[in-house]
Design a protein around this ligand. Structure first.
Ligand code: SF4
Length: 401
């Protein structure tokens, strides 16, 4: 852990929401490590409910639409900048609230920004405008690290006492890939990471060793948009050797085989998460090219391996979604229920068009959405369902409009 050092320069890195969620955010940890590793600098993480922004330069990690108001209230009198998924999607609207934004890989931007800051605050913004990945309202460029292997935020502190709101407990976050090899039309990830990049297995093993040595944790949480890493089995085998529990993100069912599921189970995983989004016909149209057959085969293996819980994510109100598509989705869910021996948890969300995705100009229609929600309510009585919220969907859709 980095302890307080009297330094010439200070930066705060702000997660504008509660600490129990923010500690799991990788972006702030990357900056926290980058800045503290630099001579003459000291950086602290600040959360909505922990710490205060006091440094003359503060960076805001903007993940969700709902955090934006908090961020504005937490700004410092000095220089404020922001980055994160929300900034990647809405940089043209967000820029007026900050001195500059960071687009792309922050590792490639921050050292150059710090170097310029060290030269003096006067003229700082003009000097950093030329750095790739710095956006001040003029040219959009995205920074890119040549090799993901070159840097990793090994120091990942947690507060001494944590409660059950910290869903992963004290864990080490392991980012194995950036970007995604798939092409779902509703997803905006390609805007910020146009291609998928994998960390090498060799470096991932070193990161695991160093991360577990540096941090007192009981779990490793794998960060990856789709767990598509070609060496995913080797990574799991290495974690198994380390006798540490593992959590994985939502997985693509067609990438799984029985051996991977056995490894996940041995790594202490109890529940799996998949996102079929809707029934097969519409699923293929929206670019999620996974067939029902793959999900049913996956569930069969889950039974054989002994998984008891399966979380499934769906969307309603998708572009072009009709009554037959809704029926198709329900039919698919019932088929999955029939096949799976454990418990299925269903989470339904409204589709919200995101900037940078193929559906960005789609308009939400309240009447249609309400009818779909009613249909779902009636049809999924047999499931434990987390229902969607129209006000939340509209708030997201209308963000900064
Ligand atoms: S929705 Fe998931 S699988 Fe599809 S492109 Fe986005 S990150 Fe990849």
């Amino acid at each position: 852990m980095f302890s307080y050092k009297k330094s010439k320069f200070r930066m705060d890195i702000v997660y504008p929401n509660k600490m129990y969620g923010g500690v799991y955010s990788l972006g702030p940890l990357i900056i926290y490590n980058l800045v503290n590793n630099r001579k003459d600098w000291f950086c602290e993480r600040v959360f909505l409910d922990s710490g205060k922004v006091t440094a003359p330069i503060a960076g805001f990690s903007l993940q969700y639409e709902g955090d934006f108001e908090n961020a504005l209230k937490m700004k410092t009198q000095g220089i404020n900048f922001a980055g994160g998924p929300l900034v990647e999607m809405y940089y043209d609207k967000i820029i007026k609230y900050f001195d500059f934004l960071v687009l792309g890989d922050v590792e490639a931007v921050m050292p150059l920004v710090l170097e310029e800051y060290e030269k003096g605050v006067s003229g700082f913004i003009t000097r950093i405008e030329k750095i790739k990945g710095v956006y001040t309202g003029k040219t959009v460029t995205r920074a890119r690290v040549e090799n993901l292997d070159d840097f990793y935020p090994i120091v990942q502190p947690f507060p001494e006492q944590i409660n059950t709101e910290y869903v992963f407990g004290k864990c080490f976050m392991l980012e194995i890939e950036r970007g995604c090899p798939f092409d779902c039309k509703f997803c905006s990830l390609k805007r910020f990471y146009p291609e998928v990049r994998y960390r090498s297995l060799k470096v991932i093993k070193i990161i695991i060793d160093e991360g577990l040595k540096e941090n007192k944790v009981s779990r490793v949480v794998i960060y990856s948009p789709s767990f598509a890493h070609p060496d995913r089995k080797e990574i799991l085998k290495y974690l198994l050797e380390k006798k540490i529990r593992v959590s994985v993100p939502s997985i693509r069912a067609e990438l799984m085989d029985k051996e991977t599921l056995i490894l996940l189970k041995k790594c202490g995983l109890e529940s799996l998460t998949i996102a079929p989004e809707c029934g097969q016909k519409l699923r293929l149209i929206i670019g999620k090219k996974v067939y029902d057959e793959s999900y049913l085969r996956f569930v069969k293996w889950c039974n054989e391996v002994g998984f008891q819980k399966l979380k499934m994510y769906f969307m309603i109100g998708l572009p072009g979604m009709t009554k037959p598509d809704m029926e198709d989705m329900v039919k698919f869910l019932l088929a999955m229920k029939k096949e799976f021996k454990g418990r299925i948890y269903v989470s339904i969300n409204y589709f919200v068009p995101k900037p940078g995705s193929e559906f960005e100009n789609y308009e939400l229609e309240k009447k249609k959405m309400k009818a779909m929600e009613k249909f779902i309510e009636k049809s999924l009585i047999a499931f434990k369902v987390k229902k969607p919220s129209i006000p939340v969907a509209f708030r997201e859709w209308k963000f900064l409009k």
